[in-house]
Design a protein around this ligand. Sequence first.
Ligand code: NDP
Ligand code: GDR
Length: 378
Amino acid sequence: MSNNKTALITGITGQDGAYLTELLLEKGYTVHGIKRRASLFNTERIDHLYEDPHAEDPSLFLHYGDMTDSMNITRIIQETQPDEIYNLAAMSHVQVSFEKPEYTANVDGVGTLRILEAVRLLGMEKKTKIYQASTSELYGKVQEVPQSETTPFYPRSPYAAAKLYGYWITVNYREAYDMFACNGILFNHESPRRGETFVTRKITRAAAKIALGLQNKLYIGNMDAKRDWGHAIDYVEAMWLILQQEEPEDFVIATGKTTSVREFVQLSFAEAGINVRFEGEGVDEKGVIDSIDEELENLSTFNLQPGDVIVQVDPRYFRPTEVDLLIGDPTKAKEKLGWEPKYDLKSLVEDMVRSDLKLFKKQQTLLDNGYEILNQAE
Ligand code: NDP
Ligand code: GDR
């Protein structure tokens, strides 16, 4: 049932864009999304939601666009007349931002300004509410824990520095032009739809592939880093709640618990049936098979046995400046938004590993039947 509200989502093809689209369609919104032109299809995460534009009364529409193109963004906002804009588009990979700093600043920083300024230019300040995808990366070098809405920022990457601009320009437009523009300061959130090069998904994919005998080792970076990991399904609900408030405000969204990358590796492999213990230190640290669940023993084409190394540190994945410890304080969100996450770390890991096992079982079936599979980047 339509609720007569229209939302525009930038970054609709990403992890959060896909879950948010599902949520808004369920709530009866008409949803418009901006996708980038690519030489290959890039709408895999939302294909199950897409309706033929020729169908009767469709509620999801996609528009070609780019955060670096002001005129394109302004035209799409004018044409779609959204009640709510969710600005999720970003070059969102912290390590890649060290390699593409200027582009990251343009998309993640100035891109936010382009949205705000388009709304102002079109005289839609009183009509359109804006959600800005801010991040726990803003806290960077630890100033205090847990991190709340009042904790000082100290960005540690070109990504975080660009997002810092996005955060403050959102606050500035809210104060200068009385716009309903809010920052959600979201801590890491993951899911089976998480991009394959973020650490959690890289780990759950490796755990699944190793358990199925499709891979024999996971190469990883800094396992001492600690993150406050939640499930994207819970976090997109918070985005929506932030725009349903009487007053525009900024909110920290987090679980309040932190876990090291090393522990995430152990939990994920255990979920796939392999118990891992760690030996050695620093770059010499290794994850060794402690035991393998009985039903897995015959599965490995690499004939992996207890004592074999399956996790190895590769300094290639170290960052020039690292964020060591993130742990969020979601008190304000709980009190004002009534937000409460439904997933904990255990159910998140279960969801991701089971989904990757399913995915790679499909691939295994193809391989067993003589079909070649294109290798994806690890
Ligand atoms: P993803 O990387 O999965 O998705 C990013 C989206 O932005 C994709 O749709 C991508 O398109 C799009 N995009 C990238 N560059 C451009 C561009 N130049 N013009 C238009 N679109 C572009 O990120 P998530 O879904 O995980 O995150 C959503 C937002 O939330 C991001 O802004 C991220 O920085 C922020 N964030 C994420 C957190 C997390 O833990 N996931 C935590 C806190 C903040 P394409 O599919 O074509 O690449
Ligand atoms: P992050 O997520 O940088 O927190 O940004 P990521 O999963 O990339 O890294 C988390 C931590 O794991 C360490 N790490 C590795 N990271 C990757 N990607 N690959 C590895 O092999 C690896 N080994 C160890 C990292 O050094 C880091 O400490 C994510 C993104 O979604 C941002 O867009 C978002 O703003 C923040 O979360 C909150």
